[in-house]
Ligand binder design. Structure first.
Ligand code: GZL
Length: 320
């Protein structure tokens, strides 16, 4: 009888241990760049929603677009002994040392929406779109839209040194190469913000005969395009007609402008990078099998032919 009781209590103990071990709440540190754009705000909202849905304890750190703040946050997560770290790296370089510290602490790091230079074994995987492809889709749309008409383009670049700014510039240039009627006449960073996008566009307009020499604006994100649209209107020109616009993210306010005829095209970037990231993390923690180094999210072109008002209604409450 004693043996039977002992066996039953051992089984119950083992079951409790297993349940508590497998049900241990995951603690994940998230080093977010900041809140520089509507898209970034949506990514933060969705990441917090995804963590809550999955019962993950998310430690959130907003770096106000400063790399040193991101590095400090990562070190703090390591000191706290988190189970994993999400990092949206503001720029491509300068991460090796701190990522090595995370690796030595056996804490997997997953990159969100941007990538880093340096050894790929310093992070588990990167969840991003094909940033070069986005620039190419934008360029291909403009090539098709202007035909053989002469078109001087001004470009608002994203944050200097960030992977989207580098890649989206590359993709757009690939698309317009060989079309001699299209020329990028001005190109400068607007740091992915509306305010800076407006300010730089004002300088472009002044430098290009009040904007009369400009046929199109290519902005690396919609927020800079929305700022630039304001500047074009204040210069007495019609955005979307006098100056065509193409940008990337597909945030609600860009669709509002498109519905008003003030913007022409946008390439969609999903703000839900955290869903695929947490799926990859779950699988890795269960199997210890490394995922592929890149989990690619889709990109889609929207133009005025895609019922922008309806798309605005669909997107306006998603946390942008
Ligand atoms: C791109 C992402 C960019 C968005 C901007 O993957 O990193 O950062 O396009 C945001 O809106 O600032």
């Amino acid at each position: 009888m004693k043996l039977k009781t002992a066996l039953i209590s051992a089984t119950i103990f083992a079951a409790c241990m297993f349940t508590s071990a497998s049900a241990k709440q995951l603690v994940v540190g998230f080093s977010q760049i900041g809140s520089e754009s509507g898209w970034r705000a949506a990514e933060t909202t969705l990441t917090k929603q995804e963590a809550k849905k999955r019962g993950i304890d998310l430690k959130f750190a907003d770096a106000q677009q400063k790399q040193e703040n991101q590095i400090k946050a990562i070190r703090s997560f390591i000191a706290q002994g988190v189970d994993a770290i999400l990092l949206a790296p503001v720029v491509e370089t300068g991460w090796d040392a701190v990522l090595k510290e995370a690796k030595e602490a056996k804490i997997p790091v997953i990159l969100l929406d941007r990538t880093v230079n340096g050894p790929k074994d310093l992070y588990l995987t990167a969840v991003t779109s094909d940033l070069v492809h986005e620039g190419k889709v934008a360029g291909d749309w403009l090539v098709k839209t202007v035909g053989d008409k002469k078109c001087n383009i001004v470009e608002l670049q994203g944050t200097t040194g960030s992977s989207p700014a580098i890649a989206r510039k590359k993709g757009f240039e690939e698309a317009v190469k060989g079309h001699d009627n299209l020329k990028i006449v001005r190109s400068q960073t607007g740091d992915f913000t509306r305010a800076k996008g407006k300010e730089v566009m004002e300088s472009f307009l002044k430098a290009e005969n009040g904007g009369k020499n400009i046929c199109a604006l290519y902005a690396h994100n919609d927020d800079m395009a929305v700022g630039a649209i304001q500047a074009i209107k204040e210069a007495g020109l019609k955005p979307g007609k006098d100056i065509l616009t193409v940008s990337i993210d597909s945030v609600p306010d860009l669709f509002k402008a498109m519905a008003a005829g003030e913007a022409n095209a946008t390439v969609e970037l999903t703000p839900n990078m955290a869903g695929p990231a947490f799926d990859a993390l779950d699988a890795y923690l269960k199997t210890k099998k490394e995922p592929q180094k890149w989990i690619q999210t889709e990109s889609k072109l929207y133009t005025q032919a895609d019922d922008p008002q309806k798309v605005y209604e669909q997107k306006k409450d998603l946390g942008y």
